[in-house]
Design a protein around this ligand. Sequence first.
Ligand code: FAD
Length: 475
Amino acid sequence: PYKETYNVQRKGFNELRQEHIHFFEELLGKHRAITDTPNLEKYNEDWINNLRGSTPMVLKPKTTQEVSRILSFCNENNLAVCPQAGNTGLVGGQLPVFDEIVISTELMNDVISLDVASGVVICQAGCILENIDKILAENGLMVPLDLGAKGSCHIGGNVSTNAGGLRLLRYGNLHGNVLGLEVVNANGEIIDCLSALKKDNTGYHLKHLFIGSEGTLGFITKVALQCPPRPKHTNVAFLGLQNFEKVLKTFKKVKEDLGEILSAVEVMDYKTMEFVNEKLSVKSPIGEYPFYLLIETSGSNSSHDGEKLEAFFEAALQKHLILNGTVASEPNKVNAIWSIREKIPDGFKFCGALFCYDLSLPLEHYFTIVDDTTKHLGKLPQKVFGFGHLGDGNLHLQIELHEFSKDVKENIEHFLFNRVKQLKGSFSAEHGIGFLKAQHLELARSENAVKLMKELKKLLDPKGILNPYKVLPRQ
Ligand code: FAD
């Protein structure tokens, strides 16, 4: 439970009363204003079962106007709310900490328009990422982001966390790909910034305030997204390497040889492979190596792309950069190789306790942090392992313990976050701050930067009803 583990105090919001329930039931009907305990369960638990909230009510609006009415009422009545999309977030931002009312985007799932010529899709915030991608695929387009949670996460959740994912290397992050947003303020005002233009410098770029603000500054209701053409052919290589020095040299060569068709570069260490093998019986297709690299190319000419990847592979073997590997272009084989990488988070559900850290580091220090953490913790953890989006300098460091320990958690975080700071890295690369890291924000941002964040919060949400206890440090 949040309260005991994290020592957090409930703020002075009002508790939900019968008259409030009556208002929401009138607005949405009983089937979209849920109060019965069994149906509240899934909105109170996170994906890995690490955290638990206790909302007494989940609201499921279908339109921007309904969101506006809900927020205006909550603001007037001093009721705290927690926006929730696909509930796949990994830092607890989407869960109520106490009894905040959950506003779910589950039923805000209309694709409003698709302009095939410009590649701009406009949709409601609750569209599931994979569903948007399927519609785009029929039109030769794709969403510019891809992540393991694509079958559940909503585009509004992705935008609110500024999700990165597997192809950021090629398509960049959502600050570049989101053309416009429609947002509802804490007091219910609708802010229409839903531009579908690539170039639009009219005044302040307000949309950027909401991208990555994790539901603390406004509720996103619509998104306009720039979508690239869908590559016709995809090839992957799965490589075994001796050490991290070779990983970096190979990465350099990958960029030199495959630059214009490169779409992903993922890395995992031996212990990650051991972990997916233990938890999910997934095996390496090329035997056991200290490190593995997954390289993907995407382009329009399969023989050209295939030849380039093969040539790179042969050269890397000859130069002893890699020890072994396999190359695939047939879709089933490509998917089988990707599934090794994408399945890693599924194993998280089978751990006694798992601490997940999402770090950005200069490449020279990318993997030393795993070794440093292993040394620091000695024999304490069951396993310390690392994998991630090497192409973006983003490492997912995992620490598996037999059981949860508050003291160990504090010890790890004190060590790790200070070390990351020393190495000029970031302890939130793509997952956000949410609830779990809010107390550490001041370690990563200057005093004046945190002060400005607090002032922005005060300006946009004076009563602090939007996702309290998240992102900003608690007093
Ligand atoms: P939720 O988890 O429901 O919410 C996330 C945050 O956004 C919360 O703070 C919530 O309050 C807020 N929010 C949600 N909707 C709105 C809205 N409409 N308006 C305002 N605020 C809102 N992340 C990556 O970046 N890269 C990855 O590669 C990646 N891989 C993942 C793989 C797996 C298997 C899983 C489970 C997660 C992964 N994630 C990854 C985590 C990632 O942050 C989420 O998957 C995703 O971006 C969150 O979307 P969601 O719809 O589930 O949002």
